[in-house]
Ligand binder design. Structure first.
Ligand SMILES: [Zn+2]
Length: 207
């Protein structure tokens, strides 16, 4: 791969690791986000749906594979997900800060999802485990009225000099988030600012 010379990459990684060690000695915390070793980054519904969603965004295609490689190579640190915001630090030629802001899910969209899925989600365990009927799955992944943010609802920035709309550091973080959602989908609902149990409550309300 022309963009990625392995010896340069190894040298850069060593240099940045030395930089990280210095920062750690100064008391700064750097926690590596470890990606799964297998072929798939995500195996459960929410993680897979997040990654698939990213891959449908026009214009991201060229950067996403680099992001995946970066994540797998252990470049993502201090991943944090809160309501509407994802932050992380990514190592490369230097240490870069990535921030992704996601607009809150519109109340009308959430209300629509709850109404459409009434009575179809048996439990929070099923919801988080992605054990959903085909109809509910279709509703939540709908590009317009589903739970996943559209491209215009995502604002991302990185402190690296790459002028591309989505640099490899941001792409790596977006994939790391997919892995996080795969491990604990509650973070997905936290990011979108909605309480997943409301989907169950609205199910119960019609029983
Ligand atoms: Zn960057």
């Amino acid at each position: 791969m022309s963009w990625y010379d392995y010896s340069d990459a190894a040298e850069q990684k060593a240099k940045t690791q030395r930089d990280l060690e210095k920062r750690r000695k100064r008391g700064e915390k750097y926690e590596a986000f470890v990606a799964p070793e297998g072929r798939k980054l995500a195996v459960n519904f929410w993680g897979q749906a997040w990654c698939r969603h990213l891959e449908t965004y026009c214009g991201y295609e060229t950067r996403l594979p680099r992001g995946r490689s970066y994540l797998r190579a252990g470049h993502v640190y201090n991943l944090a997900v809160e309501q509407g915001v994802i932050t992380a630090e990514v190592t490369g030629s230097s240490l870069y800060e990535v921030e992704v802001r996601i607009a809150p899910l519109k109340a009308s969209v959430w209300a629509g999802i709850k109404q459409t899925c009434q009575g179809e989600v048996a439990s929070l365990l099923d919801l988080l485990g992605g054990k959903l009927g085909d109809h509910v799955m279709q509703v939540v992944v709908d590009p317009k009225d589903g739970l996943f943010p559209g491209p215009r609802e995502i604002r991302h920035q990185c402190t690296c000099p790459d002028a591309a709309d989505l640099c490899k550091h941001q792409a790596a973080v977006l994939y790391a988030v997919g892995v996080l959602f795969d491990r604990d989908p509650r973070f997905f609902f936290e990011l979108r600012g909605v309480d997943p149990s409301e989907l169950i409550a609205s199910s119960a309300a019609v029983l």
